[in-house]
Design a protein around this ligand. Structure first.
Ligand SMILES: Cc1ncc(C[n+]2csc(CCOP(=O)(O)OP(=O)(O)O)c2C)c(N)n1
Ligand SMILES: [Mg+2]
Length: 284
C-alpha cells in the first residue's frame, strides 16, 4: 500500500502513543530510544522499504530485519502490530511473563523476527552473517536491514562485523544507526567519543549516508539509494532526538531505561495528540 508522507507522519505519531501506553502499563522498560526511532521504523515498514508479508512472516524472500539494540523493542513491537504481525491488543502484554512481547525480543515467539537480541553488539554480527550467506553462498534476492544504537558502537565486536562486511562488499546489507547521542548513563561523546563516525565506515569500505531521523522522506530516499549501491554495504546514520515528541523526555539520557508513571504518561499522550502527525524535519 502507498502512504503519503503525511500519512506516515500520522502513523509514527500513533506508534509513539502506543509506546507510551505499553510502557506505563508494563511499569518498566525503555522510553527514549523507542520514541526517537518511531519515524525510522515507520519508514522501514510502511514506506515500501522492507519486503515482508505479515501473514506469512517466514516467506523465503522476505527481507531480514535485525534489531541489534534489542532494548528499543517497544517501537518495533508497536510497528509490527500496526503492520499486522499480531493483534494490536497484544501490545498491552509487554514484559509480562510468558507473553510474546518480552523486555528484549525473543525470536522463538516473536513473529517477524530473525534473532533474539538484548546483548549489545551481537545483532550486527548476525546480520552480517545472514547478508554473507544470502549474497555469496546462496545468491538470494533478499536484503538484510539492521538497526544498531550509537552507544552500542562501544562494543568492539561491531567493528569486526563492519570490517568483514566491507571486505566482502555486502551490497545487500543496510545498517541504520540510531545516532541519538545518549546511552545508558550519559552522552555518548562523554562516555566514549566516536566522531568522526562516518569517516570510520568510509575507511572500512562502506557507502555512508546521513539523514535527519525524523524526516521520513529522507529516510526512505536513503534506503532506496542503498538498494541501488552495487559494490558496498551502506550505513545510514540517522540523527534522532531521544524521547522525540515528548518535551520533558527529549535529549535526556535519564529516560534511557525508565517508563513514564501514570501522570507523566497522561501528559505525554496529551502532547502527542496535540502534535498529531506534525513531527517533521526541523529543516523543512
Ligand atoms: C553486552 C551488553 N552490555 C551492556 C548492556 C546494557 N545496556 C543496555 S542499553 C545500553 C546502552 C546502549 O546505548 P545505545 O545503544 O545508544 O542506546 P540508547 O540509550 O540510545 O537507547 C547498555 C549499556 C547490554 N544490553 N548488553
Ligand atoms: Mg544511543
Amino acid at each position: 500500500m502507498e502512504y503519503s508522507i503525511r500519512d506516515l507522519e500520522a502513523k509514527a505519531n500513533e506508534i509513539r502513543q502506543d509506546i507510551v501506553k505499553m510502557l506505563v502499563t508494563a511499569g518498566s522498560g525503555h522510553s527514549a530510544g523507542p520514541l526517537g526511532m518511531a519515524d525510522v521504523f515507520t519508514a522501514l515498514y510502511f514506506g515500501n522499504v522492507l519486503n515482508y508479508d505479515s501473514k506469512n512472516p517466514t516467506l523465503w524472500n522476505r527481507d531480514r530485519f535485525i534489531l541489534s539494540n534489542g532494548h528499543i523493542c517497544p517501537v518495533w513491537y508497536a510497528t509490527l502490530a500496526h503492520a499486522g504481525f499480531f493483534p494490536h491488543s497484544e501490545l498491552a502484554s509487554l514484559r509480562k511473563l510468558g507473553t510474546r512481547l518480552q523486555g528484549h525480543p525473543h525470536h522463538c515467539v516473536l513473529p517477524g523476527s530473525e534473532n533474539t537480541s538484548g546483548p549489545l553488539g551481537q545483532g550486527i554480527s548476525q546480520a552480517v552473517g545472514m547478508a554473507y550467506v544470502g549474497l555469496k553462498m546462496k545468491k538470494e534476492p533478499w536484503r538484510v536491514y539492521c538497526v544498531v544504537g550509537d552507544g552500542e558502537l562501544d562494543e568492539g565486536q561491531v567493528w569486526e562485523a563492519f570490517m568483514f562486511a566491507g571486505k566482502n562488499k555486502l551490497r545487500n546489507l543496510t545498517v541504520l544507526v540510531d545516532r541519538n547521542n545518549i546511552q545508558i548513563d550519559g552522552f555518548t561523546e562523554d562516555v566514549m567519543p566516536m566522531e568522526p563516525l562516518g569517516a570510520k565506515w568510509e575507511s572500512f569500505g562502506w557507502h555512508v549516508l546521513e539523514v535527519d531521523g525524523h524526516n521520513i522522506k529522507q529516510i526512505i530516499d536513503a534506503c532506496n539509494e542503498a538498494k541501488a549501491i552495487s559494490e558496498k554495504p551502506t550505513v545510514i546514520i540517522c540523527h534522532t532526538i531521544p524521547g522525540k515528541g515528548i518535551d520533558f523526555m527529549e535529549y535526556k539520557y535519564e529516560w534511557h531505561g525508565v517508563p513514564p508513571n501514570k501522570e507523566q504518561a497522561r501528559e505525554a499522550l496529551k502532547e502527542l495528540r496535540t502534535l498529531g502527525g506534525k513531527i517533521r524535519s526541523e529543516h523543512e
